[in-house]
Design a protein around this ligand. Structure first.
Ligand SMILES: Cc1cc2nc3c(=O)[nH]c(=O)nc-3n(C[C@H](O)[C@H](O)[C@H](O)COP(=O)(O)OP(=O)(O)OC[C@H]3O[C@@H](n4cnc5c(N)ncnc54)[C@H](O)[C@@H]3O)c2cc1C
Length: 385
Protein backbone atom coordinates (compact mmCIF):
# COMPACT_ATOMS: atom_id res chain seq x y z
CA UNK A 1 0.00 0.00 0.00
CA UNK A 2 1.23 3.51 -0.84
CA UNK A 3 0.76 6.16 1.84
CA UNK A 4 0.14 9.79 0.93
CA UNK A 5 0.26 12.21 3.85
CA UNK A 6 -1.01 15.79 3.61
CA UNK A 7 0.05 18.34 6.25
CA UNK A 8 -2.62 20.98 6.82
CA UNK A 9 -6.28 21.01 5.75
CA UNK A 10 -6.54 24.61 4.57
CA UNK A 11 -7.15 25.59 0.95
CA UNK A 12 -4.26 23.63 -0.57
CA UNK A 13 -4.60 20.56 1.67
CA UNK A 14 -8.34 20.02 1.14
CA UNK A 15 -7.98 20.71 -2.60
CA UNK A 16 -5.32 18.05 -2.98
CA UNK A 17 -7.19 15.56 -0.78
CA UNK A 18 -10.43 15.94 -2.74
CA UNK A 19 -8.81 15.89 -6.17
CA UNK A 20 -6.67 12.88 -5.35
CA UNK A 21 -9.76 11.12 -4.08
CA UNK A 22 -11.66 11.82 -7.31
CA UNK A 23 -8.82 10.41 -9.38
CA UNK A 24 -7.79 7.50 -7.13
CA UNK A 25 -11.03 6.43 -5.44
CA UNK A 26 -10.83 2.94 -6.90
CA UNK A 27 -7.37 2.27 -5.47
CA UNK A 28 -8.33 3.96 -2.19
CA UNK A 29 -11.43 1.78 -1.77
CA UNK A 30 -9.39 -1.26 -2.79
CA UNK A 31 -6.81 -0.54 -0.06
CA UNK A 32 -3.89 0.09 -2.46
CA UNK A 33 -3.58 3.76 -1.52
CA UNK A 34 -4.15 5.48 1.80
CA UNK A 35 -4.53 9.25 2.14
CA UNK A 36 -4.06 10.82 5.58
CA UNK A 37 -4.48 14.50 6.31
CA UNK A 38 -3.09 16.04 9.50
CA UNK A 39 -4.74 19.20 10.83
CA UNK A 40 -5.10 20.37 14.44
CA UNK A 41 -7.99 22.79 13.79
CA UNK A 42 -11.67 21.88 13.84
CA UNK A 43 -12.63 24.65 11.38
CA UNK A 44 -11.59 25.28 7.80
CA UNK A 45 -11.92 29.01 7.01
CA UNK A 46 -12.63 30.65 3.67
CA UNK A 47 -10.12 33.46 4.14
CA UNK A 48 -11.06 35.80 1.23
CA UNK A 49 -14.32 36.38 3.10
CA UNK A 50 -12.36 37.98 5.97
CA UNK A 51 -12.11 41.07 3.76
CA UNK A 52 -15.88 41.42 3.64
CA UNK A 53 -16.75 40.54 7.24
CA UNK A 54 -15.67 43.85 8.87
CA UNK A 55 -18.11 45.74 6.62
CA UNK A 56 -20.95 43.27 7.14
CA UNK A 57 -20.87 42.19 3.49
CA UNK A 58 -20.78 38.51 4.51
CA UNK A 59 -21.79 36.55 7.61
CA UNK A 60 -19.65 34.37 9.89
CA UNK A 61 -21.58 31.23 8.87
CA UNK A 62 -20.53 31.66 5.23
CA UNK A 63 -16.86 31.65 6.17
CA UNK A 64 -16.24 28.33 7.87
CA UNK A 65 -17.05 24.62 7.83
CA UNK A 66 -15.77 21.79 10.02
CA UNK A 67 -12.72 20.23 8.32
CA UNK A 68 -14.16 16.73 8.50
CA UNK A 69 -17.24 17.78 6.50
CA UNK A 70 -14.97 18.72 3.57
CA UNK A 71 -13.30 15.35 3.26
CA UNK A 72 -14.58 12.07 1.84
CA UNK A 73 -14.97 9.39 4.54
CA UNK A 74 -12.15 7.25 3.18
CA UNK A 75 -9.63 10.02 3.77
CA UNK A 76 -8.19 9.64 7.25
CA UNK A 77 -8.19 12.87 9.26
CA UNK A 78 -5.83 13.14 12.23
CA UNK A 79 -6.75 16.10 14.46
CA UNK A 80 -3.22 16.81 15.67
CA UNK A 81 -0.37 19.20 15.07
CA UNK A 82 2.67 18.03 13.11
CA UNK A 83 5.79 18.86 15.11
CA UNK A 84 8.56 17.65 12.84
CA UNK A 85 9.10 16.34 9.33
CA UNK A 86 11.82 13.71 9.27
CA UNK A 87 12.74 13.54 5.58
CA UNK A 88 15.45 10.91 6.12
CA UNK A 89 13.03 8.40 7.62
CA UNK A 90 10.01 9.59 5.60
CA UNK A 91 8.08 10.26 8.77
CA UNK A 92 6.01 13.00 10.37
CA UNK A 93 6.19 13.35 14.16
CA UNK A 94 2.97 14.53 15.79
CA UNK A 95 2.53 16.61 18.94
CA UNK A 96 0.98 13.62 20.76
CA UNK A 97 4.14 11.55 20.11
CA UNK A 98 2.77 9.46 17.23
CA UNK A 99 4.87 9.01 14.10
CA UNK A 100 3.22 8.78 10.69
CA UNK A 101 5.12 7.19 7.77
CA UNK A 102 4.68 8.39 4.23
CA UNK A 103 5.64 7.40 0.71
CA UNK A 104 4.61 10.83 -0.57
CA UNK A 105 4.22 13.99 1.50
CA UNK A 106 2.33 17.17 0.62
CA UNK A 107 3.26 20.22 2.68
CA UNK A 108 0.28 22.59 2.80
CA UNK A 109 0.88 24.28 6.13
CA UNK A 110 0.25 27.82 4.87
CA UNK A 111 1.50 30.96 6.59
CA UNK A 112 0.90 32.64 9.96
CA UNK A 113 0.87 36.17 11.29
CA UNK A 114 4.10 37.32 12.88
CA UNK A 115 3.06 40.10 15.27
CA UNK A 116 6.34 39.96 17.19
CA UNK A 117 8.38 41.42 14.31
CA UNK A 118 6.96 44.93 14.80
CA UNK A 119 6.77 46.60 18.24
CA UNK A 120 3.26 47.77 19.09
CA UNK A 121 1.60 45.82 16.27
CA UNK A 122 -0.30 43.35 18.46
CA UNK A 123 -1.71 45.89 20.92
CA UNK A 124 -2.01 48.99 18.78
CA UNK A 125 -3.65 47.82 15.58
CA UNK A 126 -6.48 45.87 13.99
CA UNK A 127 -6.42 43.60 10.95
CA UNK A 128 -8.72 41.33 8.97
CA UNK A 129 -6.34 38.42 8.36
CA UNK A 130 -8.04 35.97 10.71
CA UNK A 131 -11.62 35.08 11.69
CA UNK A 132 -11.42 36.59 15.19
CA UNK A 133 -9.43 39.58 13.90
CA UNK A 134 -12.06 40.37 11.25
CA UNK A 135 -14.88 40.19 13.84
CA UNK A 136 -12.94 42.48 16.19
CA UNK A 137 -12.50 45.01 13.37
CA UNK A 138 -16.20 44.79 12.49
CA UNK A 139 -17.17 45.62 16.08
CA UNK A 140 -14.88 48.67 16.06
CA UNK A 141 -16.07 49.92 12.67
CA UNK A 142 -19.69 49.78 13.89
CA UNK A 143 -19.02 52.84 16.05
CA UNK A 144 -16.23 54.51 14.07
CA UNK A 145 -17.85 57.59 12.56
CA UNK A 146 -15.10 60.21 12.53
CA UNK A 147 -11.29 60.32 12.31
CA UNK A 148 -8.27 58.92 10.48
CA UNK A 149 -8.01 55.29 9.41
CA UNK A 150 -4.60 54.01 8.29
CA UNK A 151 -4.73 50.84 6.17
CA UNK A 152 -1.30 49.38 5.59
CA UNK A 153 1.19 46.55 5.44
CA UNK A 154 3.43 46.20 8.48
CA UNK A 155 5.91 43.89 6.76
CA UNK A 156 6.44 41.43 3.93
CA UNK A 157 5.64 38.85 2.81
CA UNK A 158 1.88 38.87 3.24
CA UNK A 159 -0.78 36.85 1.46
CA UNK A 160 -3.29 38.23 -1.05
CA UNK A 161 -1.35 41.35 -2.09
CA UNK A 162 -4.42 43.36 -3.25
CA UNK A 163 -6.25 42.97 0.10
CA UNK A 164 -5.07 46.27 1.70
CA UNK A 165 -6.04 48.21 -1.45
CA UNK A 166 -9.41 46.46 -1.47
CA UNK A 167 -9.97 47.31 2.20
CA UNK A 168 -9.14 51.01 1.58
CA UNK A 169 -11.55 51.19 -1.35
CA UNK A 170 -14.29 49.27 0.46
CA UNK A 171 -13.97 51.61 3.46
CA UNK A 172 -14.26 54.56 1.08
CA UNK A 173 -17.45 53.11 -0.43
CA UNK A 174 -18.85 52.19 3.00
CA UNK A 175 -18.47 55.69 4.41
CA UNK A 176 -19.81 57.28 1.21
CA UNK A 177 -22.90 55.09 1.58
CA UNK A 178 -23.29 56.28 5.16
CA UNK A 179 -22.98 59.85 3.88
CA UNK A 180 -20.09 60.69 6.22
CA UNK A 181 -17.05 60.23 3.95
CA UNK A 182 -16.06 63.86 4.63
CA UNK A 183 -15.55 63.01 8.31
CA UNK A 184 -13.22 60.08 7.55
CA UNK A 185 -9.61 60.42 6.41
CA UNK A 186 -8.28 57.19 4.79
CA UNK A 187 -4.50 56.74 4.50
CA UNK A 188 -2.77 53.89 2.68
CA UNK A 189 0.75 52.98 3.91
CA UNK A 190 2.79 50.63 1.73
CA UNK A 191 6.44 49.52 1.86
CA UNK A 192 7.08 49.58 -1.92
CA UNK A 193 7.54 52.63 -4.19
CA UNK A 194 4.13 51.89 -5.80
CA UNK A 195 0.71 50.86 -4.45
CA UNK A 196 0.97 47.22 -5.60
CA UNK A 197 3.94 44.92 -6.29
CA UNK A 198 3.25 44.54 -10.04
CA UNK A 199 3.76 47.76 -12.02
CA UNK A 200 0.98 47.11 -14.59
CA UNK A 201 -1.62 46.66 -11.85
CA UNK A 202 -0.25 49.52 -9.73
CA UNK A 203 -0.59 51.90 -12.70
CA UNK A 204 -4.29 51.14 -12.88
CA UNK A 205 -5.05 51.04 -9.14
CA UNK A 206 -3.10 54.15 -8.08
CA UNK A 207 -5.35 56.72 -9.87
CA UNK A 208 -8.49 54.93 -8.70
CA UNK A 209 -7.33 55.28 -5.10
CA UNK A 210 -6.34 58.93 -5.52
CA UNK A 211 -9.68 59.74 -7.18
CA UNK A 212 -11.42 58.34 -4.10
CA UNK A 213 -9.44 60.68 -1.81
CA UNK A 214 -7.22 57.99 -0.37
CA UNK A 215 -4.04 59.55 0.92
CA UNK A 216 -1.17 57.32 -0.32
CA UNK A 217 2.13 56.93 1.58
CA UNK A 218 4.66 54.84 -0.36
CA UNK A 219 8.10 53.60 0.77
CA UNK A 220 6.59 53.33 4.23
CA UNK A 221 8.37 50.44 5.98
CA UNK A 222 6.89 50.19 9.45
CA UNK A 223 9.45 50.37 12.24
CA UNK A 224 7.13 50.58 15.24
CA UNK A 225 3.67 51.47 16.35
CA UNK A 226 3.14 53.69 19.36
CA UNK A 227 -0.39 52.88 20.57
CA UNK A 228 -0.19 55.45 23.41
CA UNK A 229 0.30 58.38 21.02
CA UNK A 230 -1.47 56.63 18.12
CA UNK A 231 1.43 57.04 15.73
CA UNK A 232 2.95 54.63 13.19
CA UNK A 233 6.64 55.29 12.57
CA UNK A 234 8.44 54.22 9.41
CA UNK A 235 12.10 53.29 8.93
CA UNK A 236 12.25 56.14 6.42
CA UNK A 237 11.49 58.63 9.22
CA UNK A 238 7.84 59.36 8.39
CA UNK A 239 5.14 59.34 11.07
CA UNK A 240 1.45 58.69 10.50
CA UNK A 241 -1.11 59.62 13.12
CA UNK A 242 -4.21 57.46 13.34
CA UNK A 243 -7.42 56.95 15.20
CA UNK A 244 -7.82 53.43 13.81
CA UNK A 245 -4.90 51.47 12.35
CA UNK A 246 -5.65 48.43 10.17
CA UNK A 247 -2.20 46.93 9.63
CA UNK A 248 -1.46 43.55 8.03
CA UNK A 249 1.21 41.76 10.06
CA UNK A 250 4.20 40.25 8.23
CA UNK A 251 3.81 36.50 7.70
CA UNK A 252 6.08 33.56 8.38
CA UNK A 253 5.92 29.85 7.65
CA UNK A 254 4.52 27.20 10.00
CA UNK A 255 6.64 26.23 13.00
CA UNK A 256 6.79 22.63 11.73
CA UNK A 257 8.89 23.89 8.81
CA UNK A 258 11.20 25.83 11.13
CA UNK A 259 11.45 22.94 13.67
CA UNK A 260 12.32 20.48 10.91
CA UNK A 261 15.14 22.63 9.57
CA UNK A 262 13.77 22.42 6.03
CA UNK A 263 12.85 26.07 5.49
CA UNK A 264 14.60 29.35 4.78
CA UNK A 265 14.88 32.18 7.34
CA UNK A 266 11.17 33.01 6.98
CA UNK A 267 10.05 29.40 7.36
CA UNK A 268 9.22 29.00 3.64
CA UNK A 269 10.06 25.70 1.97
CA UNK A 270 12.56 25.88 -0.94
CA UNK A 271 10.39 24.65 -3.82
CA UNK A 272 11.08 23.91 -7.47
CA UNK A 273 9.11 26.57 -9.35
CA UNK A 274 7.99 24.13 -12.08
CA UNK A 275 7.63 20.70 -10.45
CA UNK A 276 6.54 22.02 -7.02
CA UNK A 277 8.76 19.42 -5.35
CA UNK A 278 10.60 20.45 -2.23
CA UNK A 279 14.10 21.08 -3.60
CA UNK A 280 15.97 17.77 -3.83
CA UNK A 281 12.99 15.59 -2.83
CA UNK A 282 10.87 13.87 -5.51
CA UNK A 283 8.60 12.40 -2.83
CA UNK A 284 7.65 15.75 -1.26
CA UNK A 285 5.45 18.44 -2.81
CA UNK A 286 4.75 21.93 -1.48
CA UNK A 287 1.59 23.89 -2.21
CA UNK A 288 0.15 27.32 -1.48
CA UNK A 289 1.56 29.82 0.99
CA UNK A 290 4.17 27.38 2.37
CA UNK A 291 6.43 27.63 -0.72
CA UNK A 292 9.27 30.12 -1.17
CA UNK A 293 8.15 30.84 -4.75
CA UNK A 294 8.33 34.47 -5.93
CA UNK A 295 4.60 34.68 -6.63
CA UNK A 296 1.52 35.83 -4.73
CA UNK A 297 0.49 33.81 -1.73
CA UNK A 298 -3.11 33.21 -2.83
CA UNK A 299 -5.83 30.57 -2.83
CA UNK A 300 -5.98 30.66 -6.64
CA UNK A 301 -2.29 29.77 -6.71
CA UNK A 302 -2.96 26.76 -4.46
CA UNK A 303 -5.78 25.77 -6.82
CA UNK A 304 -3.59 25.87 -9.95
CA UNK A 305 -0.73 24.16 -8.13
CA UNK A 306 -3.05 21.38 -6.91
CA UNK A 307 -3.77 20.37 -10.52
CA UNK A 308 -0.06 20.05 -11.21
CA UNK A 309 0.76 18.15 -8.02
CA UNK A 310 -2.13 15.69 -8.44
CA UNK A 311 -1.14 14.98 -12.03
CA UNK A 312 2.54 14.48 -11.16
CA UNK A 313 1.77 12.30 -8.16
CA UNK A 314 -0.51 10.03 -10.17
CA UNK A 315 2.20 9.66 -12.81
CA UNK A 316 4.66 8.68 -10.08
CA UNK A 317 2.23 6.18 -8.56
CA UNK A 318 1.79 4.62 -12.01
CA UNK A 319 5.54 4.42 -12.58
CA UNK A 320 5.58 7.13 -15.26
CA UNK A 321 7.83 10.16 -15.48
CA UNK A 322 5.77 13.20 -14.41
CA UNK A 323 5.55 15.81 -17.16
CA UNK A 324 3.04 18.40 -15.91
CA UNK A 325 4.61 21.65 -14.71
CA UNK A 326 3.38 24.82 -13.02
CA UNK A 327 3.74 28.04 -15.04
CA UNK A 328 3.26 30.45 -12.13
CA UNK A 329 -0.39 31.14 -12.92
CA UNK A 330 -2.15 33.54 -10.53
CA UNK A 331 -5.70 34.87 -10.70
CA UNK A 332 -6.88 37.69 -8.43
CA UNK A 333 -10.25 39.33 -8.28
CA UNK A 334 -9.65 42.82 -6.92
CA UNK A 335 -12.59 44.69 -5.41
CA UNK A 336 -12.40 48.41 -6.12
CA UNK A 337 -15.55 49.33 -4.23
CA UNK A 338 -18.91 47.91 -3.18
CA UNK A 339 -20.36 46.59 -6.45
CA UNK A 340 -17.24 46.93 -8.63
CA UNK A 341 -14.00 45.08 -9.19
CA UNK A 342 -11.41 43.91 -11.68
CA UNK A 343 -9.41 40.80 -12.39
CA UNK A 344 -5.64 40.22 -12.65
CA UNK A 345 -4.34 37.16 -14.50
CA UNK A 346 -0.62 36.54 -14.82
CA UNK A 347 2.12 33.94 -14.66
CA UNK A 348 5.92 33.65 -14.42
CA UNK A 349 6.40 35.13 -17.89
CA UNK A 350 3.37 37.26 -18.62
CA UNK A 351 2.42 40.29 -16.52
CA UNK A 352 -1.26 41.08 -15.99
CA UNK A 353 -3.17 43.14 -18.55
CA UNK A 354 -5.47 44.99 -16.18
CA UNK A 355 -9.04 45.65 -17.28
CA UNK A 356 -10.93 48.70 -16.00
CA UNK A 357 -13.17 47.86 -13.03
CA UNK A 358 -16.78 46.87 -13.66
CA UNK A 359 -19.60 45.13 -11.86
CA UNK A 360 -18.99 41.61 -13.26
CA UNK A 361 -15.71 40.91 -11.39
CA UNK A 362 -17.34 42.00 -8.14
CA UNK A 363 -20.24 39.62 -8.57
CA UNK A 364 -18.01 36.80 -9.83
CA UNK A 365 -15.98 37.12 -6.65
CA UNK A 366 -19.13 37.06 -4.52
CA UNK A 367 -20.53 34.07 -6.40
CA UNK A 368 -17.23 32.23 -6.03
CA UNK A 369 -17.44 32.85 -2.25
CA UNK A 370 -20.45 30.55 -2.26
CA UNK A 371 -19.09 28.05 -4.78
CA UNK A 372 -15.82 27.63 -2.86
CA UNK A 373 -17.33 24.96 -0.63
CA UNK A 374 -18.29 22.74 -3.55
CA UNK A 375 -15.82 23.72 -6.31
CA UNK A 376 -12.64 23.99 -4.26
CA UNK A 377 -12.73 22.62 -0.71
CA UNK A 378 -15.02 19.59 -0.58
CA UNK A 379 -15.10 19.03 -4.34
CA UNK A 380 -15.23 15.22 -4.06
CA UNK A 381 -18.14 15.12 -1.65
CA UNK A 382 -20.49 13.90 -4.30
CA UNK A 383 -19.19 10.38 -3.80
CA UNK A 384 -18.19 8.35 -6.80
CA UNK A 385 -19.10 4.69 -6.52
C1 LIG B 1 -8.18 38.70 4.03
C2 LIG B 1 -7.72 37.71 3.01
C3 LIG B 1 -8.20 37.80 1.72
C4 LIG B 1 -7.79 36.89 0.77
N1 LIG B 1 -8.29 36.99 -0.50
C5 LIG B 1 -7.90 36.13 -1.45
C6 LIG B 1 -8.45 36.20 -2.76
O1 LIG B 1 -9.32 37.04 -3.05
N2 LIG B 1 -8.00 35.32 -3.69
C7 LIG B 1 -7.07 34.38 -3.39
O2 LIG B 1 -6.71 33.61 -4.28
N3 LIG B 1 -6.52 34.29 -2.15
C8 LIG B 1 -6.93 35.12 -1.18
N4 LIG B 1 -6.40 35.02 0.09
C9 LIG B 1 -5.27 34.12 0.35
C10 LIG B 1 -5.67 32.66 0.55
O3 LIG B 1 -6.71 32.54 1.50
C11 LIG B 1 -4.45 31.87 1.02
O4 LIG B 1 -3.36 32.19 0.20
C12 LIG B 1 -4.73 30.38 0.93
O5 LIG B 1 -5.73 30.03 1.86
C13 LIG B 1 -3.45 29.58 1.19
O6 LIG B 1 -3.76 28.22 1.24
P1 LIG B 1 -2.77 27.24 2.03
O7 LIG B 1 -3.37 25.88 1.92
O8 LIG B 1 -1.39 27.45 1.61
O9 LIG B 1 -2.85 27.75 3.55
P2 LIG B 1 -4.10 27.76 4.54
O10 LIG B 1 -5.38 27.73 3.78
O11 LIG B 1 -3.87 28.89 5.47
O12 LIG B 1 -3.98 26.38 5.33
C14 LIG B 1 -2.87 26.02 6.09
C15 LIG B 1 -3.33 24.93 7.05
O13 LIG B 1 -2.20 24.30 7.61
C16 LIG B 1 -2.47 24.03 8.97
N5 LIG B 1 -1.19 23.87 9.68
C17 LIG B 1 -0.24 24.79 9.91
N6 LIG B 1 0.76 24.27 10.62
C18 LIG B 1 0.45 22.96 10.82
C19 LIG B 1 1.09 21.89 11.51
N7 LIG B 1 2.24 22.08 12.15
N8 LIG B 1 0.49 20.67 11.51
C20 LIG B 1 -0.69 20.47 10.86
N9 LIG B 1 -1.37 21.46 10.22
C21 LIG B 1 -0.79 22.69 10.21
C22 LIG B 1 -3.25 25.26 9.42
O14 LIG B 1 -3.97 24.99 10.62
C23 LIG B 1 -4.15 25.50 8.21
O15 LIG B 1 -5.37 24.81 8.32
C24 LIG B 1 -6.85 35.87 1.09
C25 LIG B 1 -6.39 35.77 2.41
C26 LIG B 1 -6.82 36.66 3.37
C27 LIG B 1 -6.34 36.53 4.79
Amino acid sequence: MKKIVILGAGTGGTLIANRLYRRLWHQIKGGDIEITIIEPNYWHYYQPGFLLLPLNLITEDELRRPVKELLPEKIKLIREKAEKIDVENKQVNLADGDKINYDYLIISTGSRLNYDEVPGLRDGTYNFYGFDEAIRLRETLRNFREGTIVVGVAGVPYKCPPAPIEMSLLLDAYYRRLGIRDRINIKYAYPLPRVFPIAEAADMLDPIMRNRDIDIHLFFNVEEIDPGNKVIKSMEGEELEYDLAIMIPPHKGSDVIINSGIGDAGGWVPTDRYTLNMEGHDDIYVIGDATNLPISKAGSVADFEAEVIVSRLIDQLNGHTPMTVYNGKVMCFVLTGIGEGTILLFNYNEPPKPVPPGFSSYWLKLIYNKLYWSLTAGSALVEVS
